[in-house]
Design a protein around this ligand. Structure first.
Ligand code: NAD
Ligand code: USQ
Length: 388
């Protein structure tokens, strides 16, 4: 298939582009290189190769373009007529989106304008293209629920009488609705807005759209990125773009402490980068689904973990201390997280679970040690606050 990977220069996009290419697809990356040299640039701990060197090693072409630009997107969709567009091209840090008024507005402008420009280019130029978008588990919020959070849609009753003991509702109107969104940052809010646009574009034009709600991605290398030093993936550990488990693994190598925000009672969903890649491929491979004027939604999660338990597990393995800091974020101090997911079954692969693959923690730490000269202790602390 002909596949465009938007945001294919980034942490999730690059290994996905490689995996799809190695599976025999015709893959082209579209990226504006914002993380290397733009508004949201930060230095990867790993020495990522230039786009030209990546192309030389992988034969994946790069188009340097900004997806928010409508005419550029129309031109690219017209020229390529892709079977699939995988859309990773967004500002993806929750703390960065809460840093300042200008980072908030940039996040909304970049993510919402990018998604509508991509959608509209597909509508006008290539309406049979399957759009696969990387959403986030954070669209649901992180509330403790008795029943698992479903994959996108939930049965609901408006009105009627509800008996809390039997959990039976009599009367009322039954509706199958999108699970009520509850975003916890400006970034997460843009993912809710993206999804609303998908609902409208499918309802009105019956486009083929899959929205993947992913948990926090950990790890750095995949089978494909390990094949050559110039294929290495980026690795973020700084206060804004580093995600929690990857940050703990860097902190454990560099002497710590492990920075737990608040009590660490927050529970979050996790997925290893190799499984991100498997899950996106599964969405590509299963793209011939029946259209029903609604986007298809999957939760991309392999497990949930409590932050405190993760920190203690790494502390016990390495002897590095845990530092419980005032939480810069406005989030529940404690929650359980129960999530439904079927994509692993669709994709027919065995998900990587942290506790069965502790060697992968050591693998990340080996990558950190090999790139230790790039480590900057000044960027570890987050500068964002939800309380200002
Ligand atoms: P990343 O920042 O490493 O990569 C994003 C890429 O998109 C970068 O290369 C950037 O230059 C590009 N980009 C951003 N705006 C663009 C624009 N307007 N035009 C063209 N290119 C643009 O982020 P990532 O971790 O790879 O995340 C990719 C996607 O996956 C995001 O949409 C994110 O919300 C989603 N996601 C990531 C995680 C995670 O833990 N990393 C978890 C769930 C979902
Ligand atoms: N946390 C700490 N210490 C740290 C960093 C984070 O305790 O040093 C805590 C945070 O308070 C939060 C949790 O760890 O409760 C997760 O934070 P994170 O920065 O790892 O992840 P988050 O901000 O949720 O965002 C990341 C990605 C985002 C993706 C999201 C998936 O950056 O792109 O959408 O994970 S999810 O969380 O499931 O919505």
């Amino acid at each position: 298939m002909k596949i465009l990977v938007l945001g294919g220069d980034g942490f999730c996009g690059w290994p996905t582009a490689l995996h799809l290419k190695n599976a025999g697809h015709d893959v082209t990356i579209v990226d504006n290189l914002d993380r290397r040299e733009g508004k949201s640039q930060t230095k990867s701990l790993t020495n990522i190769a230039s786009p030209a060197a990546r192309t030389r090693q992988s034969a994946i072409g790069y188009l340097i373009a900004d997806v928010t630009r409508k005419y550029e997107m129309n031109h690219i969709l017209d020229e390529h007529s892709p079977d699939v567009v995988v859309h990773f091209a967004e500002q993806r840090s929750a703390p960065w989106s809460m840093l300042s008024s200008s980072s908030m507005l940039h996040t909304v402008q970049n993510n919402v304008m990018g998604t509508i420009a991509v959608l509209d280019a597909i509508r006008i130029k290539s309406p049979n293209t399957h759009l696969i978008h990387l959403g986030t588990m954070g669209v649901y919020g992180y509330n403790t629920t008795d029943d698992p959070i479903p994959e996108g849609y939930v049965e609901s009753t408006i009105g009627g009488t509800h008996d809390p003991d039997t959990k039976i509702t009599k009367g009322g109107t039954r509706l199958n609705i999108v699970y009520p969104p509850d975003p916890g940052s400006i970034y997460h809010m843009t993912k809710v807005m993206d999804h609303q646009m998908f609902q409208f574009y499918t309802k009105n034009w019956n486009l083929r759209i899959t929205d993947l709600h992913q948990g926090i991605v950990w790890g750095t290398q995949t089978e494909d990125t390990k094949e050559h030093p110039e294929l290495i993936n980026r690795f973020d550990y700084d206060g804004e773009f580093g995600t929690v488990l990857n940050r703990f693994l860097v902190q454990a190598v560099t002497g710590g402490p492990l920075t737990v925000y608040g009590t660490g009672g927050q529970t979050r969903a996790f997925i290893h980068i190799q499984d991100t890649v498997h899950c996106v491929k599964a969405a590509v491979d299963s793209g011939d689904f029946e259209l029903n004027r609604r986007p298809r939604i999957f939760n991309q999660v392999t497990e949930t973990h409590n932050i405190k338990t993760l920190a203690e597990m790494i502390s016990n393995r390495t002897g590095v201390k845990v530092d419980y800091q005032d939480n810069p974020r406005r989030e529940k101090a404690e929650n359980d997280l129960n999530v439904s997911t079927t994509l692993a079954e669709v994709g027919n692969f065995t998900p990587i679970r942290l506790m069965d693959n502790l060697g992968l923690l050591s693998e990340v730490q080996d990558v950190v040690r090999a790139n230790i000269d790039n480590f900057d202790p000044m960027v570890v602390k987050s500068n964002a606050s939800w309380h200002k």
